[in-house]
Ligand binder design. Structure first.
Ligand code: SF4
Length: 455
C-alpha cells in the first residue's frame, strides 16, 4: 500500500529523486553501519553517484544532500541553510560528523560523479563505501533513489516487499478501485482513509494532512514574497513576487481580465517551484519537480471556491493518494524512468481527481478527471536546462495546475463515461517512458537542455 504519508512528504528542494532520495540513502547507509556495529572502526567514507544522478546531480544539489545525510540530517527536519554549511566543511576541512565523531570525507575526492559507468538496475544509483583505518572495506551498499524521495537497496528494486501490511482494500488498478468503491458504497477518499486507518489512528492521519497543507501554503506565501534570482548560474529571475503585485494592483480596477483566475493558479504553482528551485522547504507531491501542481490546486480550492473546507482538502489529498499510488505502482513517478509525464503528468492527474472529490463529484468522474489530465501529458520529456529544476519545470507546474482544473471541470460536466480508461493511459505512460531515449529522462543530454545554451 502506498500511503498519504509516502506520497506527500515534507522535504527540501530542488529534487525528490536527486536531493531528498540521496539524503535519505546516505542516512540509511550510516544507519546500516550503526546497526552492524561498524561505526567505531569507521575511518573514511566514499560515495559514487551514477546515471542521472551523475549527469544532473550538481544542479540538483545531490552532493550537498549526500553530505547532509552522512551527517545525520533528514529531509523533513534539516534547515535548508545547513546543507551549504556541511558541504563547505566537507570541502575545506574534509570531514563529516557521525554520532559526535569526525569521519574523513573530502567532498572533492570522496564524492564522485561517474558519468561513464552504466547503471543496470535504476538510473539514480548511489554506491557507498565505508573504510577502516587500514583501508579495508567495512561495508559497501548500492542504493537507488527511485522517485518521489523513495529509496531502495539496489537488490530490492522491483522485488515485492517482504513484509506486506494487511489493509482492508488492496488496489492494483483503477478498474478495481471503481468496482470496490461501487460495491462498498464508498467514495475513493473514504476507501483510502480505511486503508490508512489500518496503519495509524485517525488523529495522526489528519494531523499529517494538516501539516502537509500548512507547509504547502507557507511555501506559496514565501515564494510570493521572494523576488530576486534563482541559484545555479542560469540567472533565472523569480517571477511570483512581481506577478502577485500585478494581480493585487488589478484588484482595484473595474475591468478585470477574464482569465485572471488562471493567473492566480499559475502564481501559486510558480511560487512553490521557485521555492523548490531555491532549495527551500517543500512537500513532494508526488515529487519535488512537480511540487507546485497540487498546492496550487488546493489554494485555488481554498481561496476561490465557495464552501471550501478542511474536509474537502482532506478528500482532495486522499483521492490524490489513490491516483498517485496507481501511477507509481503501474508506471512511475520518476522523471529519470519515464520523463516528465511521470512527474508533472502524475501530479496533474492526482490534482484533477482530488479537485473533483473536493467539489463533490462521483467516483467515475474522479477517474475520468485523472485520465484526462494524464492523457494530455503523455510523451512529455524531462530535459531541464543545466540540470536545474527551473526551465521548463517551474512553468510546467503552472500548466499542470491549470490543466488539472480544466480536467476536473470537463469530467464534472460529464457523467464519468469515456473511451480511454485511467488504467490504459497509465499503461501508455509506462510504455512511452520505456521507449523514450535516455537523453530525455533527466540527464540533460537532449531537448531543451541542449538547445538552449547555459549561461
Ligand atoms: S522536466 Fe519535469 S521531470 Fe524533469 S526535472 Fe523538470 S519537473 Fe522534473
Amino acid at each position: 500500500m502506498i500511503s498519504v504519508f509516502d506520497l506527500f512528504k515534507i522535504g527540501i528542494g530542488p529534487s525528490s529523486s536527486h536531493t531528498v532520495g540521496p539524503m535519505r540513502a546516505s542516512a540509511a547507509f550510516v544507519d546500516a553501519l550503526r546497526a552492524a556495529g561498524l561505526l567505531p572502526r569507521l575511518q573514511r567514507l566514499g560515495v559514487v553517484l551514477l546515471g542521472s544522478l551523475a549527469w544532473t546531480g550538481r544542479g540538483h544539489g545531490s552532493d550537498r544532500a549526500v553530505i547532509a545525510g552522512l551527517n545525520g540530517e533528514r529531509p523533513d527536519s534539516v534547515q535548508p541553510a545547513a546543507l551549504e554549511r556541511l558541504f563547505l566543511r566537507a570541502s575545506i576541512e574534509h570531514w563529516v560528523e557521525i554520532d559526535g565523531r569526525r569521519v574523513e570525507f573530502n567532498a572533492g575526492t570522496d564524492l564522485v560523479f561517474d558519468t561513464v559507468t552504466v547503471t543496470v538496475v535504476h538510473p539514480n544509483t548511489l554506491c557507498f563505501t565505508a573504510y577502516a583505518a587500514d583501508g579495508a572495506v567495512l561495508l559497501q551498499q548500492r542504493w537507488c533513489s527511485v522517485g518521489g524521495g523513495f529509496i531502495a537497496l539496489e537488490q530490492q528494486v522491483g522485488v515485492p516487499a517482504a513484509e506486506v501490511i494487511a489493509v482492508p482494500f488492496a488496489i492494483a488498478s483503477a478498474e478495481q478501485l471503481l468496482q470496490i468503491t461501487a460495491r462498498e458504497q464508498l467514495s475513493i477518499a473514504a476507501l483510502v482513509l480505511r486503508n490508512e486507518l489500518a496503519l495509524r489512528p485517525l488523529e495522526q492521519i489528519e494531523a499529517h494532512m494538516d501539516r502537509v497543507v500548512e507547509t504547502m501554503m507557507a511555501c506559496i506565501d514565501r515564494g510570493i514574497a521572494s523576488p530576486g534570482e534563482l541559484p545555479g548560474g542560469l540567472r533565472v529571475r523569480r517571477r511570483a513576487a512581481a506577478l502577485h503585485e500585478r494581480l493585487r494592483a488589478a484588484k482595484g480596477r473595474t475591468v478585470r481580465a477574464p482569465h485572471e483566475i488562471m493567473d492566480y493558479v499559475s502564481l501559486y504553482a510558480i511560487a512553490v517551484n521557485e521555492e523548490n528551485a531555491a532549495g527551500g522547504r517543500v512537500v513532494t507531491a508526488p515529487t519535488n519537480g512537480a511540487a507546485g501542481v497540487i498546492p496550487a490546486v488546493i489554494r485555488y480550492y481554498r481561496d476561490h471556491v465557495e464552501a471550501a473546507d478542511r474536509a474537502g482538502i482532506h478528500a482532495l489529498l486522499l483521492t490524490a493518494t489513490a491516483i498517485g499510488a496507481l501511477c507509481k505502482l503501474n508506471a512511475s513517478i520518476s522523471g529519470a524512468e519515464v520523463g516528465c509525464q511521470g512527474e508533472v503528468g502524475s501530479a496533474c492527474a492526482m490534482a484533477a481527481a482530488g479537485l473533483v472529490a473536493a467539489l463533490g463529484g462521483n467516483n467515475p468522474q474522479i477517474e475520468n478527471a485523472a485520465e484526462i489530465a494524464m492523457e494530455h501529458h503523455l510523451g512529455m520529456t524531462c530535459d531541464p536546462i543545466g540540470g536545474l529544476v527551473q526551465i521548463p519545470c517551474i512553468e510546467r507546474n503552472a500548466f499542470g495546475a491549470v490543466k488539472a482544473i480544466n480536467a476536473a471541470s470537463l469530467a464534472m460536466h460529464g457523467d464519468g463515461t469515456h473511451h480511454v480508461s485511467l488504467d490504459q493511459v497509465i499503461a501508455t505512460m509506462r510504455q512511452t517512458g520505456a521507449d523514450m531515449q535516455s537523453k530525455y529522462k533527466e540527464t540533460s543530454q537532449g531537448g531543451l537542455a541542449v538547445n538552449v545554451p547555459e549561461c
